[in-house]
Design a protein. Structure first.
Ligand SMILES: [Zn+2]
Length: 260
């Protein structure tokens, strides 16, 4: 194909290779421009279509990747929140065990390697663990009621109050021996249980005592009933104290999850 140009337009001469007669197509300048413009337009449209198609394919694959990523992230988020929940539980148990083993303060428990290689450290822990009988640790809520007042050293309220109707059963929170049953002007009918491991629990404002001094009790045994005796101005409730080595402590530190 060859082109020749004249002032009026173009002449396209189609020459045959086998020597046959050539054909001449005359194209006016306007028509030539139109043809070129159309070809350029088609070319641009074609390129645009390819680019668009490519973009669509790319976006689609990106979407699939993102969707997978989102699924993975939300699965992980669910796992993390479960771990967080478990950590809170574990923290409670660690606190409980630390209290029970008489590990005071914020001292960090020894690392396992240190524990395994340091004999004196090992024997210290083994001794405290040996002297510990969980049956004697007051770790259940002693009555079916709702907490109407928390333990607070600041407010000089050295126990927890459980509001409950008169006659509601009070259970022993651990194994021990009833060390005293009596009446106090302020605390009303009161009984104490000595758990024989440094723990003493105290039950005040009782309606009546079911056990007497010297009785041996186990965790869960009925020992008294909720009352409104003494100077219990807030209505019937149990005032429950845990005294450890002579010092009142927050009973919540000892109540185990699932036993509350
Ligand atoms: Zn109280």
């Amino acid at each position: 194909m060859a082109e020749s140009k004249n002032s009026r337009g173009y002449r396209i001469i189609v020459a045959s290779l086998d020597g046959a007669e050539s054909k001449t197509i005359a194209v006016g300048p306007l028509r030539f421009k139109l043809i070129i413009t159309s070809l350029v337009f088609i070319l641009i449209s074609f390129i645009a279509a390819i680019l668009l198609w490519g973009t669509v394919i790319f976006t689609k694959s990106q979407n699939t990747v993102l969707r997978r990523e989102l699924m993975r992230v939300s699965e992980q988020a669910a796992r993390v929140s479960l771990i967080e929940k478990n950590m809170v539980e574990i923290d409670r148990y660690v606190q409980y065990i630390r209290k029970a083993l008489a590990l005071t303060g914020d001292s960090v428990p020894p690392a396992l390697e240190e524990f395994m290689t340091n004999d004196s450290l090992k024997s210290t822990y083994e001794t405290s663990a040996d002297s510990l009988d969980f049956a004697n640790i007051p770790n259940i809520v002693p009555t079916d009621g709702w907490v109407s007042r928390e333990f607070s050293e600041k407010e000089e309220h050295l126990g927890i109050d459980y509001a409950a109707s008169v006659g509601t059963i009070i259970r022993s929170p651990a194994k021990g021996v009833v060390s005293s049953v009596g009446f106090d002007d302020f605390y009303g009918n009161t009984l104490n249980i000595d758990h024989e491991n440094g723990f003493v629990t105290r039950f005040a404002h009782c309606n009546e005592s079911i056990v007497k001094k010297g009785d041996r009790v186990n965790r869960g045994d009925t020992i008294a009933t909720v009352g409104n005796t003494g100077k219990a101005t807030s209505g019937p409730h149990l005032h429950y104290e845990i005294i450890r080595d002579g010092k009142p402590e927050d009973p919540r530190l000892y109540i185990l999850k699932g036993l509350e």
